[in-house]
Design a protein around this ligand. Sequence first.
Ligand code: ADP
Ligand code: MG
Length: 474
Amino acid sequence: MEDILSDKSPEGAWERAKAVLIATLKTPEEQSRADRYFSMITKVEKDGVSFFLKVSNSTAAEFLNANYAEKVKLCLGLMGEGEDVKVSFTVDDSPPPPPPVEEEPAPRYNTQESEVRVNHEAGARPGFISTMPLKEEYTFEEFVSGPSNSWAYSAAQGVVQNPGEKSYNPLFIHGGTGLGKTHLMQAIGNELKKKNKNLAVCYITAETLLNEYINCLKNGTINSFRDKYRNVDCLLIDDVQFLQRKNQFQEEFFNTFNYLQGKNHQIVMTSDMAPKDLKVLDERLISRFIGGLVQEIDSPSYETRLAILKKKTEGKLPVIPLSTLNFIAENIKSHVRAMEGALAKVKMVMLANPGEEIPQIMLERLLKDFIESDENIRRITVADIQSACAKHFNVSVEDILSNIRPQTIVNARLIAMYIAKKYTTLSSSDVGRAFNKSHATVLSGVKSIQGRIATENELRESLDVILQELGLRE
Ligand code: ADP
Ligand code: MG
C-alpha cells in the first residue's frame, strides 16, 4: 500500500485529512462514528478547490455534510490544500461497474465438504456489487493475533475454512471500539473473495443497511432490497447494536437472517456489546445471534500493542525508532485506533524533521490528548450506566427505558440520563435515543435531577455510589 503521507492524489489528501480528523476526536465513540461514516465514502473527486466526497446514499450524505463537512475542510486546509478549499458530500450516481464476465460457473464456496455448503445455484451472482467496499488492507496477514483476540481470530479463520458451517453460523464478534472487529470481519470477506472471486460477499454497517431499507420502503422497492440481501453468500454486518429499537426493520432483518442461515450462507456480525446486553433487541434475534459462535475481543496487552505498531510501520517511511513505538505502546492502552492516531501524528513530525528522533518530553506533549483521553475517559457505555443504575435502585433496565413513573424508577432513569449526559460525550439526542426519549425530555430530566441532587442527600449518595461502581469516581 502506498504511504498516505506521500500520496498527492485527491484520495491521498482525503486519507491524510481523515487520519488527522479522527485523531482529533476525543472519545472512542466519536472516533468510531466518524470512521463508520467515512467508510461509506466510495470515491473522492476534486475540481479546482472543491472536493467531492461520494457516498452511496443520500441519508449518509446529509449526515456527513451536517456533521463533518466543516471539520474536513479544516483538516484539508491543514494538510496543505489551502484555506479556501470547499468540501461537499454527495451521492455517487455513477453507474456501478459492469459485473465481470464469468468464465465458468463455480461453486460458491471452495471447500471439500461440499455436501453442506456448495452453492445450489452455482455461479448465479458473479460480481455482486456491495454497497460498501471491503478495505483491501484489512487482511489476516495485517492483523496481529494475541491473547486479547486469539479466539475471535481463530473463529474468523474457521469461517474462511468452512463458511456456512453450523457451529460458526452466525459468528458474532463483540468488544469495545477500535479493537479490530471491523478489520477481522473484513479479513473474512477479503479471504473468501481471494478463494473465489465470484462469491457474493457483502459487507455493510447495520446503520447503512437500515438507511437502505428505509429508502427502499419510501421508493416502493422493498422487493429488490429482499432480493439483494437474500442472494449473498456471506453477509458481514458491522455494528449491529444500531438495530436496537428499529422494530419494523428487526422483523425484516430476522426474515433475511433466517433465509440465509437456512441456506447455509455465512453471516458474521459485530457489535460493541455482547448479544445478551443488546437489551432492546427482539429476543428471537438475540437467540439467533447466540445460536452460532460468540467471541469477544478485549483490549490488547502491551506485547500485542507493540506488535501491532511494528506491523503498521514495518517497511514504511518514515522509519520510526523502536523507543518511540515503545512509548506509544506503553502509554496508549485502551484501543488500537488511538494508537494509529498517535502514530499518524508522530509520522508528521518525523517527516518535518527527517532523521531526528523525537525526545520523550516532546512525545509526551505531542500525544497528550491521546494519553489523557485514554486514561481519563474510561470506555463507558450507556448500557453500562443503565445496568448500574437499574442494579442500584433494584429495578430492571426495561423499567428505565419505559415510561412508567413510580418514584424509584423515575429516580433510576433520571440518574442514568444524568450520568450518560455528563460522563460520555454523547449529545442529548444520542442519550435520548438510548433511553427511548426525545432530546427535550433528556434536557429537562437532567435539569430537574441536577436540582434535586443539590438538595436531596439520599439521591446525592446514590449518585456517588453508582459513579464509584462505574469507576468514574476515586
Ligand atoms: P472496531 O471495528 O473494533 O472499532 P477496527 O477494526 O476499525 O476496530 O480497528 C481500528 C484500527 O485498528 C484499524 O485500522 C485496524 O486495522 C487496527 N487494528 C485493530 N486491532 C488490530 C490488530 N490486532 N492488528 C492489527 N491492526 C489492528
Ligand atoms: Mg468497527
